[in-house]
Write a protein that binds this ligand. Structure first.
Ligand SMILES: [Zn+2]
Length: 148
């Protein structure tokens, strides 16, 4: 008897019990495996969480992957999506002029406003030294629903 962590195309995670790997493949091919939540037959084996080796020289990005709870991961994607929607609507995109523009606002040389853009690590440190409030944003999630 083997137990697989399975996931449907709507991100519902569940366990499936099979006699063996062949049994699982066979049942899947015959459409006998379906999601207990939405009845979808687009089922795949959930991948184990990736192992990340430590001790690399460069700083590591914080990263989240849907290895444990599919529900939590899709919630996180939703939240990040909303954060990015909010930023796109409320912050002016100044691209790679961000550091320049942020300093101008900080020094009162241009009108105040919320801006977003791109900075290098050096520029970010320079901004911090000048006392500019800037924060790094989490990456935009890849939205499968919008892609399809
Ligand atoms: Zn489902």
């Amino acid at each position: 008897m083997v137990i697989y962590d399975l996931i449907c195309d709507a991100n519902h995670a569940f366990e499936g019990w099979f006699k063996g790997a062949d049994d699982f493949t066979q049942q899947l091919e015959q459409g006998m495996v379906s999601c207990p939540v939405c009845d979808s037959q687009a089922i795949t084996k959930k991948l184990a969480a990736p192992k990340i080796s430590r001790g690399a020289a460069s700083p590591q990005a914080h990263i989240a992957a849907g290895g444990g709870s599919a529900e939590a991961f899709s919630k996180l994607q939703d939240m990040l999506g909303r954060v990015h929607d909010f930023i796109e609507k409320n912050f002016e995109d100044v691209g790679n002029r961000f550091a320049e523009e942020a300093l101008s606002i900080h020094r009162g040389e241009r009108e105040e406003g919320n801006i977003r853009g791109i900075v290098s690590q050096d520029e970010l440190e320079e901004l911090a030294e000048e006392g500019v409030s800037a924060m790094r944003l989490p990456p935009k999630p890849i939205n499968k629903k919008k892609l399809n």
